[in-house]
Design a binder for this molecule. Structure first.
Ligand code: ADP
Length: 270
């Protein structure tokens, strides 16, 4: 993996990196703001060598994925473990963005814009036959110019939250993925439905007040969340098709995108 990355110019030089403030905590280490050759970047550090090797493999996948709604990988640095360098998303993750601003600042056109942004990123991943496995508002980041981009794609196979059954993000994971580990684009679509619910509830925790075991049991029996307050019925019906028990009854991201495009047209014509 190291050789492939270096051949293709993805190995960056630690000397050219200036690390700044700590801007987040990842599962394997801290995330810092920084500057690389004049560009503002985010740097995710992975200290454990075994994990670093696994991540290095996965970043070779990421180098091949480029889309306006995916957080762009700029390269990696091999120095005391692994540093993953990506574009800096100055407005942080979508959950915090919505929670801190709320209804008085963010209107429904913007909510729909974020929903479409994520959908376009996922449509692209689907076209590349890539399954995300950990799609959630906490893994969507907001750029300086308010574009939502999917993060952590391609890395989820080494992410223990996803590879270790006991740590699965239960509230976001489709029933067939929870029970039989059947992950697919259609299980990503289920997660996307939960993400829509998070967006239109301004960053609330899904299934409020329910325990993980309760969520597993009830969802299996057909229970689904109600529409968030003031959510347009057409958007809620999109959530509901994403949450079809039967994966093949759920739409793909391309179909969802067409539906959201039509919603956007209604809400903000032209
Ligand atoms: P993990 O997936 O290991 O939990 P994340 O990638 O979610 O770690 O990073 C943790 C936090 O760091 C995010 O919620 C976000 O606030 C911040 N962060 C991560 N990547 C970036 C980035 N490219 N730009 C800005 N902030 C980021």
């Amino acid at each position: 993996a190291e050789l492939e990355l270096s051949k293709n110019g993805w190995l960056l030089d630690i000397e050219k990196l200036t690390l700044g403030e700590n801007i987040g905590e990842g599962e394997f280490g801290a995330v810092y703001e920084g500057v690389y050759m004049g560009q503002r970047v985010a740097v995710k550090t992975i200290k454990c060598d075994v994990t670093a090797q696994a991540f290095l493999q996965e970043t070779t996948v990421m180098t091949k994925l480029q889309h306006k709604n995916l957080v762009r990988l700029l390269g990696v640095i091999l120095h005391k473990g692994l540093h993953i360098v990506t574009e800096l998303m100055t407005k942080g993750n979508l959950v915090n963005f919505l929670r801190t601003r709320g209804r008085s600042v963010v209107n429904s056109v913007q909510l729909l814009r974020f929903s479409l942004d994520v959908c376009e990123g996922m449509d692209y991943l689907e076209s590349k036959k890539l399954v995300h496995r950990d799609l959630a508002a906490r893994n969507v980041l907001i750029s300086d110019d308010n574009v939502a981009k999917v993060s952590d794609f391609g890395l989820t196979k080494v992410d223990s939250k996803v590879s270790d059954k006991a740590k699965l993000p239960v509230k976001w994971t489709a029933p067939e993925a929870l029970k039989k580990e059947k992950f697919s684009t259609k299980s990503d679509v289920w997660s996307y439905g939960i993400l829509l619910w998070e967006i239109f509830s301004y960053g609330r925790q899904p299934y409020p007040k329910m325990s993980l075991q309760e969520v597993k049991d009830k969802v299996e029996q057909g229970y689904r969340m109600e529409a968030p307050e003031d959510c347009p019925p057409s958007v809620y019906s999109l959530m509901r098709v994403c949450w079809e028990q039967e994966p093949r009854k759920r739409p793909g991201f391309h179909k969802l995108r067409e539906k959201l495009d039509r919603e956007m047209e209604k809400l903000s014509p032209g």
